[in-house]
Write a new protein. Structure first.
Ligand SMILES: NC(=O)c1ccc[n+]([C@@H]2O[C@H](COP(=O)([O-])OP(=O)(O)OC[C@H]3O[C@@H](n4cnc5c(N)ncnc54)[C@H](O)[C@@H]3O)[C@@H](O)[C@H]2O)c1
Length: 350
């Protein structure tokens, strides 16, 4: 099938622009329209990428008949948009986090299933070679039995970052702070690599920012397979390292700092192990420890291409909605534990 798929974007802010840029760089897709509550945001993005602008996404669905829409609005605004897309038969690629409440995420999944549309959640880091190599090594059982998985997101966001947009750092629309917004990428990677979580015990607080959600959190995690681990996130540390991921098993150990493997050791080494370790990228090209802006859109582009292929091949996308839901559920369980001072079991009721 050589015809280009018709793609649209809802939410023309920072990440909406990343999607628009990623889509226009794909041979397989055409960006037909963008939509935003604020007309100036929609017209600006539409002018930059040569497509139509709307303030009403329902009207956009009706007139443009897109095959796939990227939902890039604030985290707590997903459900109505997803419902309208499902009603119009438009496939959905929703930015992380899928939503900020379990009840609403379940409804989004049910609605998409009932409408027979594909639902994917953006976790673009899974498409980075370093993390797909790590996943492959686990799938090939190179780590033996998994024992420990740790994920830390240690970064900085300014007061201006939280003030801009009016939704960041709010319970109603961000749904959380350092973990729900920044750390969720690492939460997803940890679940993807270690398997489902069984319980958590956590502490969370806002230590430096004047926001109603946490800017610093630390949690102990127990996985269904018996392994244990930790999750940390903060937006309060200026000289942050951004991300650190550690996987330890009975037969292997890996530490990834940012996107660089700094430890990659196995009981049974393979020929490519040394070059994998030495061939590390010298600069982090993904998410920065101090800036929310994404310069390199290639991972978003790969995820959008995967969605296009999932629609064409009638298969599940690489990151289906249910996996978006699991990451948010673990974040919400961590918040619940921090609030109650008790261990919280997963999955959550609502
Ligand atoms: N994958 C990533 O690495 C990544 C990076 C940044 C942001 N995000 C996610 O993307 C989402 C948006 O973040 P952002 O930084 O682009 O925010 P932003 O504030 O820059 O942009 C949001 C845009 O959505 C518009 N909007 C708000 N409510 C709307 C509605 N109901 N209908 C239509 N338009 C609406 C706003 O006017 C604004 O233009 C968040 O959920 C965030 O977590 C993901």
């Amino acid at each position: 099938m050589s015809q280009k798929m018709r793609l649209a974007v809802i939410g023309c802010g920072a990440i909406g622009k990343v999607h628009a840029k990623a889509i226009t760089g794909l041979d397989e897709a055409q960006l037909v329209a963008v939509s935003d509550l604020r007309p100036e945001n929609a017209t600006k993005l539409a002018a930059e990428f040569g497509c139509n602008a709307y303030t009403d996404y329902r009207q956009m669905f009706e007139k443009e008949k897109p095959d796939l829409v990227s939902v890039c609005t604030p985290s707590g605004t997903r459900m109505d948009i997803c419902r309208a897309a499902a009603d119009a038969g438009v496939n959905l690629l929703v930015e992380k986090p899928l939503d900020i409440s379990v009840e609403r995420m379940k409804k989004i999944l049910q609605t998409a299933e009932a409408a027979g549309i594909k639902l994917g959640c953006v976790f673009q880091l899974r498409f980075m070679p370093v993390f797909s190599s790590l996943k492959r090594a686990i799938t090939e059982n190179r780590f033996g039995r998994l024992i420990i998985g740790n994920a830390a997101t240690i970064c900085y966001r300014s007061e201006d970052y939280y003030k801009n947009g009016g939704w960041r750092g709010t319970k109603a629309q961000d749904g959380g702070g350092a973990l729900m917004n920044q750390g969720i990428h690492n939460v997803d990677l940890l679940l993807w690599l270690m398997g489902d979580a069984k319980s958590v015990y956590a502490y969370a607080d806002h230590l430096t920012h004047d926001i109603e959600v946490e800017d610093t959190v630390t949690a102990a995690v127990e996985f269904v397979n018996g392994a244990v681990g930790t999750i940390q996130a903060t937006t309060s540390v200026y000289h942050g390292i951004n991300k650190k991921l550690e996987i330890f098993g009975t037969d292997g150990a890996a530490i990834i700092m940012g996107e660089d493997p700094v430890m990659w050791k196995f009981n049974e080494p393979l020929e490519g192990d040394l070059s994998f370790l030495q061939g590390k990228e010298s600069e982090q090209k993904g998410l920065s420890p101090t800036s929310p802006l994404i310069e390199d859109v290639s991972e978003h582009q790969q995820q959008i291409l995967d969605m296009i292929n999932a629609i064409r091949e009638d298969r599940q996308p690489a990151v289906p909605g249910i996996e978006g839901q699991k990451a948010v559920e673990l974040v919400l369980a961590i918040y619940k534990s921090a609030e109650t001072g008790k261990k919280v079991n997963l999955p959550l009721e609502n």
